[in-house]
Design a protein around this ligand. Structure first.
Ligand SMILES: *Cc1c(COP(=O)(O)O)cnc(C)c1O
Length: 369
C-alpha cells in the first residue's frame, strides 16, 4: 500500500505545528548519520571503557530510537513503528507536544481539572496559556463535558486538548466515541492528546484505534505504572507519522539511556509481559476490594469508582485520616491543596497485605477514635 493510500482523508496535523518549526531539522548528532565502519572516531567518545563498565555497554552514545524498543512498543500499542516516538516518560511527550505546537505568548492548551499537573507545568514553562474546563462532579464520578471542551477550544486559540483517560486523580474512563467526535470537531484547529498512563488497568480500547480515522489525535503511554519501570523513564507518544517526525526533531539528541532501553526490551519479552498482565489482574481485584472497603467506611464521605490503579476518596476528617495513615507508616497522596478536592486523598492500590494495612486504619472498624 502506498503512503498516500494509508493516509486518512482528514487534515494533515502538520498544519498545526508551529510554522517556524515545520522545516526545522533539529540537531544532527553523529549517531544520526547513517554510516558504517569498523573504527568509530566520529563522536569524540573514549576508545576505552570505564572500569565500572567492563562490558562496554555504556561507552558509546545510545541509538536515539532503538529499533528493538520501538517495534516492541508499537506492537504492544498496536501502531506502526513510524507512528511512535519513545522518550523519557510521558512527561517528555507532553513537553514535546507543547513546544512543537504552541507559539509562546499566543497559543493555549486546554485541561480538564482535576487532572495531571504536568500539562499545565509544561504549558507555563513554554509560555502557553492554560484554559481549564473543569470535570463535572456527579454521584457516578467525574464526567468530562465534551461540548464545553470543544466550545472553549474554539474560542481560545487552543492547540492541544489534554484528556486523561482513565483520569488522574478522577479514575474516570472517557468514552472513546466522545474522544473521536471531539477530534473530528477540532480538526484543523487542535490536536486531542489522550494520556493513557492508566489504560492497562481499564481493559478498554485505546484511542490509538482512532488514528486511522482522525489524524489530530496523540496518545501517551508509559512503562512507569503497569510495567513497574518508573525509574527507567520510558514512555511513548503515538500519533500521525508526520507529527511524530516533527516531535523527534524537537527531542534531545540521545533521549534514551542505554541501560534503560535494555531493561525495557527485557521487560517486554513475552513471558515477562505475561507476569505483568497477571499482576494487573491482581491489582484490579484489589482495587475493587479497596473501593468497597472505603465506600462502606463511616470515615469516608465518598469513594469514587476507578478504572485505574488508585482510588480517590473524600474523607469526613481528612487531616485526621491522613495523620493516622502516616502514623501507621502509610503514605498516600494528599490532594487537599487542589481547589475542589480539599477533603480528598488518593490511595494507590498496593499488594493485598498493604491494602489490608490501609483497611485497618480506614475500614469500618478502623481506629477513628
Ligand atoms: C504517572 C502518570 C504519567 C506517567 O508519566 P511518566 O513520565 O511516563 O512516568 C503520565 N500521565 C499521568 C496522568 C500519570 O498519572
Amino acid at each position: 500500500m502506498s503512503a498516500a493510500a494509508m493516509q486518512s482523508p482528514t487534515t494533515d496535523p502538520l498544519e498545526l505545528v508551529r510554522e517556524d518549526l515545520r522545516e526545522f531539522a533539529g540537531y544532527r548528532s553523529a549517531r544520526s548519520e547513517r554510516l558504517d565502519g569498523r573504527i568509530w572516531l566520529n563522536a569524540n567518545e573514549s576508545p576505552w571503557c570505564n572500569p565500572s563498565d567492563p562490558d562496554a555497554r555504556l561507552r558509546r552514545y545510545p541509538d536515539p530510537q532503538p529499533e528493538a524498543l520501538r517495534s516492541l512498543l508499537a506492537d504492544m500499542y498496536r501502531c506502526r513503528p513510524g507512528q511512535l516516538l519513545a522518550g523519557r516518560g510521558s512527561d517528555e511527550g507532553i513537553d514535546l507536544l507543547v513546544r512543537a505546537l504552541c507559539r509562546p505568548g499566543q497559543d493555549a492548551v486546554l485541561v480538564t481539572s482535576p487532572t495531571f499537573g504536568m500539562y499545565a507545568v509544561s504549558a507555563r514553562l513554554h509560555g502557553a496559556r492554560v484554559v481549564d474546563v473543569p470535570l463535572r462532579d456527579t454521584p457516578q464520578g467525574f464526567r468530562c463535558d465534551f461540548d464545553a471542551v470543544a466550545a472553549a477550544a474554539e474560542a481560545n486559540a487552543v492547540k492541544l486538548v489534554f484528556l486523561c483517560s482513565p483520569g488522574n486523580p478522577s479514575g474516570t474512563l472517557l468514552p472513546i466515541e466522545s474522544i473521536a467526535a471531539l477530534a473530528q470537531r477540532l480538526e484543523g484547529r487542535a490536536v486531542v492528546v489522550v494520556d493513557e498512563a492508566y489504560l492497562d488497568y481499564a481493559q478498554a480500547p485505546s484511542a490509538t484505534s482512532l488514528l486511522g480515522m482522525q489524524r489530530n489525535i496523540a496518545v501517551l503511554r508509559t512503562l512507569s505504572k503497569a510495567h513497574a519501570l518508573a525509574a527507567a523513564r520510558i514512555g511513548a507518544v503515538i500519533a500521525d507519522a508526520g507529527l511524530i517526525a516533527v516531535l523527534q526533531r524537537c527531542q534531545a539528541p540521545y533521549p534514551l539511556p542505554g541501560p534503560c532501553v535494555e531493561l525495557a526490551v527485557a521487560a517486554l519479552a513475552q513471558p515477562v509481559r505475561a507476569g505483568s498482565a497477571a499482576r494487573i489482574q491482581t491489582t484490579l481485584a484489589e482495587r475493587e476490594r479497596l473501593h468497597a472497603m472505603l465506600a462502606s467506611s463511616p470515615q469516608v464521605r465518598c469513594a469514587y469508582p476507578s478504572r485505574a490503579n488508585f482510588v480517590l476518596a473524600r474523607l469526613k476528617e481528612p487531616q485526621d485520616a491522613f495523620d493516622r495513615l502516616l502514623s501507621a507508616g502509610i503514605v498516600v497522596r494528599d490532594l487537599r491543596s487542589s481547589e475542589r478536592l480539599n477533603d480528598a486523598l488518593r490511595i494507590s492500590v498496593g499488594t493485598p497485605e498493604q491494602n489490608r494495612a490501609v483497611a485497618a486504619v480506614l475500614g469500618s472498624d478502623g481506629g477513628a477514635a
